[in-house]
Design a protein around this ligand. Structure first.
Ligand code: FE2
Length: 276
């Protein structure tokens, strides 16, 4: 299964033609909760055809502030009303002292943060009465690390008993910016509870910096890392094509989705495809 992020920029085109045929759509609950009128109808039209996956933006799981339960209550209703298959969020924080920072900031890789974040993920899972999938974010400066990123992520996955949203492009971007081997990172990551995969494009802005833009096509080294990841996973995990900016013709997005499906099929059925 390969899905697409449902964006207002192309919603009308998407719903009025058959150019794009995803297996599911993804939205950020925050962008659609409480929305009425025309856009509510557009979302309902999409949900009549496609199952819903969700990717939250403002839970701020790493924040020192208490979880906003009023907000979470709205998320819970939205997930239930629209039969969301997955609720995922970022392993980051975007709020501090009750102020929205409008960015996904990295959490320090410390033992204290592991306990803090794992406890908060459990609190969210208990409140929502479902598991959530947590995404490793792209980051540009590690904050006072006491441990490696890999150790930090694995510790949270095991303490929180949550699922993993593996954004393969984020792993590639981080490995480039922080100079490690992305294949070794995937080898060391606890993939057991991988529930969801993201794939996206990025922009290389200098010889030693990539910015995770979601505004370009996926590049070959990220497809290669995706193929490697699928072979390790050995199970059919849903994959999302993230494209938030600089939206091309829908046929181009469909070509990318077809390629993702092809790579996935070949990775999961190597013998069948070798002789096809
Ligand atoms: Fe992502």
């Amino acid at each position: 299964m390969v899905g697409i992020g449902f964006r207002k920029d192309f919603a009308e085109d998407f719903l009025s033609s058959n150019t794009l045929s995803p297996s599911f759509i993804e939205v950020a609950p925050e962008n659609w909760m409480g929305v009425g009128g025309f856009w509510k109808k557009e979302l309902q039209k999409a949900l009549e055809k496609y199952p819903l996956y969700t990717h939250g933006l403002s839970l701020s799981i790493g924040s020192p502030d208490p979880i906003d339960l009023q907000f979470l209550k709205q998320v819970k209703s939205f997930l239930k009303e629209n039969n969301a298959q997955i609720y995922s969020e970022h392993l980051s924080y975007s709020k501090c002292d009750n102020a929205h920072l409008y960015d996904l900031l990295p959490i320090p890789f410390t033992q204290e943060a592991v306990q803090h974040v794992a406890q908060r993920i459990q609190q969210v899972q208990d409140f929502l009465e479902r598991k959530i999938a947590i995404e490793i974010v792209s980051y540009y400066t590690p904050l006072a690390p006491e441990m490696s990123e890999l150790y930090f992520v694995n510790a949270i996955l095991s303490e929180a008993k949550c699922d993993l949203l593996l954004d393969v492009n984020n792993i590639y971007v981080n490995s480039f910016n922080h100079q490690y081997n992305p294949y070794e990172f995937i080898d060391g990551l606890n993939l057991k509870n991988t529930a969801y995969i993201h794939m996206a494009g990025h922009r290389k802005v200098s010889d030693d910096l990539i910015i995770d833009t979601h505004g370009e096509a996926i590049i070959d080294p990220v497809y290669d890392l995706f193929a490697y990841t699928m072979k390790k996973l050995k199970k059919d995990v849903p994959v999302l094509l993230e494209r938030d900016f600089n939206i091309p013709e829908l046929s181009e997005l469909q070509n990318e989705m077809n390629l993702l499906q092809k790579i996935k099929n070949e990775a999961l059925n190597p013998v069948r495809y070798a002789f096809a």
